[in-house]
Write a protein that binds this ligand. Structure first.
Ligand code: NAD
Length: 467
């Protein structure tokens, strides 16, 4: 891989942050972001920014951690674009007041979606464009002013976004703050009407504590250890291909990547062989040489992953190049369930494969740990599918596949328990950034005195009959 220019950690002047948020608050209070015409125009600008600068974004992602062009577009840059287009198409429908069948004589009920106000979107480094701009699309559709905080861990991408956002988006209502802990801490001291955070659980606690001070609601899109259960009836070739793809894309740095595999003991050998075959088909004999395999984002994570490699014996892979931040696609065997690699989210291209004797054992193993963001199950047996889905809890799940459960924006994407709270994608993003205001409009012609004090016995009886 060619060495990219090393950029310093990005930052925005701390003193300018409160004023920037105040400017957005004034814009929101003036009603600037409410008209559908403004929302549509901003969403169109978001689409245009993607179209005009997709190559610049792809290049930045490559400079930051060697993200292959296809992956950069399909799984990152394309994400915000799709969400913006979906929002444009559905804006009228989503914002239409929802009629509610009224109660007799009470009046006419409806639910109005109103914008929350000034919202903050904080995103991580692994899909740094999509995870920032997808929430932005829904927040605009809902009529909010938005502060964007991309991750400092990917400075080229942060710089590209900082260049283009002010050029395309309304600067009075949408702003971007670059930086790391200091800048985010200053941001979190401001009052927001919603905070949408994607990243790790430790920082999520910091975010939630800061939000609590202003009683600000939060959406937390977190991670964890997403298990992959391979039942004895599974099609091993297909399972291996889909697991290897979901694990090694973005060099394993995907929140919903299969973290580890629990395979029926009768299929362990065959699965490991098929995983190796798939990895070889994808990346050739020397994965380091292919442009289709990314790198670890920085030396700190490379060192952390190199340590985790010691927790098992590589069935294949295991090669490292710290200088290039390279770790080969690796399957680990002989891994103890108590080792560090089985306690923390791996977030790299190392896949522990553990064998189990039964589905019951696999379910018990999963339920013994935090509720994951995703659960993967490979089986053709519908009763096994229903049984596992019923006995486990996870943000989402995919049967006979990996990652694809997030592709259909009609389905909410989010975690449960330690893997997150709240959900988004498509209409769900719009709902996340909207308040559902219940409104009852009453007529004035009918106003029987019996409803008011002093209450009659007749009224009490009537109430008991109807309620
Ligand atoms: P990161 O280091 O980029 O941090 C995320 C954001 O938090 C950044 O914008 C960063 O500036 C900010 N931040 C970091 N420390 C902070 C602090 N002390 N105070 C305030 N803000 C702070 O990314 P990360 O957390 O390493 O991301 C990886 C994690 O995110 C993994 O656990 C992964 O599973 C999860 N993730 C979840 C999703 C999802 O959609 N659920 C998507 C991607 C990643």
């Amino acid at each position: 891989m060619s060495a990219a220019e090393i950029l310093p950690e990005p930052h925005t002047d701390l003193e300018s942050i409160p004023a920037a948020v105040a400017r957005l608050r004034a814009a929101f209070d003036s009603g600037r972001t409410r008209p559908l015409a403004w929302r549509k125009q901003q969403l169109e600008q978001l689409v245009k920014m993607h179209e005009d600068h997709k190559q610049e974004f792809i290049d930045a992602l490559h400079a930051d951690f060697g993200k292959p062009t296809f992956e950069a577009y399909a799984s990152d840059v394309g994400q915000g674009l799709t969400e913006a287009k979906t929002a444009i198409k559905n804006l009228q429908k989503w914002t239409r007041p929802e009629r509610v069948g009224g109660l007799p004589l009470m009046g006419r009920g409806r639910v109005i979606r109103e914008p929350l106000g000034v919202v903050l979107v904080i995103s991580p480094w692994n899909y740094p464009i999509g995870l920032l701009l997808s929430p932005l699309a829904g927040a605009i559709a809902a009529g909010n002013a938005v502060v964007l905080k991309p991750s400092e861990v990917v400075p080229h991408t942060s710089a590209a976004l900082a260049r283009r956002i002010p050029e395309y988006m309304d600067p009075e209502a949408i702003t971007l703050v670059e930086g790391g802990v200091e800048e985010t801490t200053t941001l979190l001291e401001q009052r927001f009407d919603h905070i949408f955070y994607t990243g790790n659980g430790r920082v999520a606690q910091v975010v939630m504590e800061a939000a609590a001070r202003h009683l600000t609601p939060v959406t937390l899109e977190l991670g964890g250890k997403s298990p992959c259960i391979v039942h004895e009836d599974a099609d091993i070739e297909v399972a291996a291909r889909r697991i290897a793809w979901g694990k090694f894309i973005n060099c394993g740095q995907t929140c919903i990547a299969p973290d580890y595999v629990l395979v029926h003991e009768s299929k362990e050998e065959a699965l490991v062989e098929a995983l190796e075959k798939s990895a070889r088909e994808f990346y050739g004999d020397d994965p380091k040489a292919t442009p289709d395999y990314a790198r670890i984002v920085n030396h700190r994570h490379h060192e952390r992953l190199s340590g985790l490699l010691q927790d098992g014996v590589p069935a294949f892979g295991g090669e490292l190049d710290p200088e290039d931040k390279y770790i080969a696609p690796t399957v680990l065997r002989q891994v103890s369930p108590d080792s560090a690699i089985m306690r923390e989210e791996i977030f790299g291209p190392i896949l522990p494969v553990l064998s189990v004797k039964s589905i019951d054992e696999a379910v018990a193993f999963v339920n013994d740990r935090d509720k994951p963001l995703a659960l993967y199950l490979f089986t053709d047996d519908e009763s096994v599918e229903e049984d596992v889905l019923e006995r486990t809890s996870s943000g989402g799940a995919c049967v006979n596949g990996t990652l694809m459960q997030i592709m259909d924006a009609r389905m909410p994407f989010g975690g449960v328990g330690p893997s997150g709270m709240g959900a988004y994608h498509g209409r769900h993003t719009f709902e996340t950034f909207s308040h559902r205001k219940a409104v009852l409009t009453r007529g004035t012609r009918f106003d029987p005195k019996i409803m008011y004090p002093p209450y009659s016995e007749r009224l009490a009886k009537l109430m008991q009959r109807f309620m």
